[in-house]
Design a protein around this ligand. Structure first.
Ligand code: IPM
Ligand code: MG
Length: 396
């Protein structure tokens, strides 16, 4: 029997293309695992009224480790229209299954490393004072609180009377007092001290273990005094246990500016759910974009690893496939880190770095050309060729 069982959830669109590539790499590196498929995504919303079927949750409960591809989410109205006619009027409401997974298993620690690979044409560059060009080495790791904040799902349009009444107890509700109920939409940003402490502790621990000199808390406490304020307050407590690590604070808006001015200054970054979503895409943009952006969603019991890109449905049916599998492969390497197989993870990352630096085998995004049918004739690699090159480098 294999040592690990990994629940594979390809999901929608290109999730189905990239996930098998990651498994090829895991097999090649000698990871002792077997894989069980689990259903998730749009197809199951349409057919069953639930994009995250209970049987998938059961598999994760049992095996604790997941690899996830990508999902398609559509706005409320479109989601309702695509639902199988026999299921309409049954009260099904679409909710993103990846957000659902994070919440169901309390995968509250989201880790998103954004590291530049040498030789990547997509790396961020800037001008030097003498008119030359320099390419700062980016090595930022975003810790995103993954379950609360504006993703809690506590929201209403036309809120129930109790909610409106509760809001009306706040002096700041005055300007809204005359607005008709159906014209009010509310999304609650709820933080808990415990979750703040967990994400901050995870971030400081990581910085300590991996030699980062700073942890930056990226929130907006000057305006969001309660929620961001709580994150800041807890950070001041947690940092006491890590005297050798500097604790910096930035506001999310300023951070979005600073990250293109001096991205090399940042190490570990901590943010609430939505700001973490934003700042992790922003840093990913400096190191190659979503084709390189890997992540881990880690709870106390279960962990699920996924590339942060979407399902890019327009590329799903292209045969041969042309999308970049690197984000998915790096996510698989994070899974290896998680189960303590650090050497294997390093082996994969080194091979990816070597392939990128060599620059011979590149998907269209790595060549900076638009995606489409013609990319292969323009010299771009197919998806599996990138994996082949990585396997070659690993000597497999
Ligand atoms: C991400 C994605 C998701 C999120 C979407 C697909 C719901 O943007 O993983 O960053 O917002 O968390
Ligand atoms: Mg995102």
């Amino acid at each position: 029997m294999a040592r690990h069982t990994v629940v594979t959830m390809p999901g929608d669109g290109i999730g189905k293309v990239v996930l098998p590539e990651a498994i090829r790499v895991l097999d090649a590196v000698g990871f002792d695992a077997e894989y069980v498929h689990a259903d998730i995504g749009w197809e199951f919303w349409v057919k069953e009224g639930n994009p995250l079927p209970e049987r998938t949750l059961d598999l994760l409960r049992k095996h604790k480790l997941g690899l996830f591809g990508a999902i398609t989410s559509k706005p409320k109205k479109e989601a309702a229209e695509e639902l199988d006619p026999s299921l309409r009027d049954e009260g099904h409401v679409y909710f993103s299954p990846i957000v659902g997974l994070r919440q169901k298993f309390n995968l509250d620690i989201c880790i998103r490393p954004c590291r530049s690979f040498r030789g990547n044409l997509l790396n961020f560059i800037r001008k030097t004072p003498d008119g030359g060009v320099e390419e700062p080495a980016v090595d930022a790791v975003i810790f995103r609180q993954n379950t609360e904040g504006l993703y809690s799902g506590l929201e209403w349009t036309d809120p129930p009377a109790q909610v409106r009444d509760a809001l009306a107890t706040h002096p700041k509700f005055k300007p809204f007092a005359e607005v008709p109920n159906e014209d009010i939409a509310v999304s609650v940003r709820l933080f808990t001290r415990n979750a703040c402490r967990r994400i901050l502790t995870a971030a400081f621990e990581y910085a300590d273990k991996h030699g980062y000199r700073s942890v930056t808390v990226c929130e907006k406490p000057n305006v969001l005094r309660e929620t961001s304020g709580m994150m800041e307050e807890v950070a001041r407590e947690v940092r006491k246990d890590y005297p050798s690590i500097q604790h910096w604070s930035t506001n999310i808006d300023a951070q979005m500016m600073w990250l293109t001015k001096n991205p090399e200054d940042y190490g570990v970054i901590v943010a609430g759910n939505l700001f973490g979503d934003i700042v992790s895409d922003a840093f990913a943009g400096l190191v190659g974009g979503l084709g390189f952006a890997c992540s881990g969603n880690i709870g106390q019991d279960v962990a699920v690893f996924e590339p942060t890109h979407g399902s890019a449905p327009k590329y799903e049916k292209l045969d041969p496939p042309i999308v970049n599998p690197i984000a998915m492969i790096l996510s698989a390497a994070m899974l290896l880190d998680h189960v303590g197989e650090t050497d294997k993870a390093t082996n994969i990352r080194d091979a990816v770095a070597a392939v990128v630096e060599e620059g011979k085998v590149r998907t269209y995004d790595m060549m900076r050309i638009p995606g489409g049918r013609d990319v292969l004739s323009r010299g771009a690699a197919m998806t599996p060729q990138v994996t082949d090159a990585i396997l070659d480098r690993m000597g497999r």
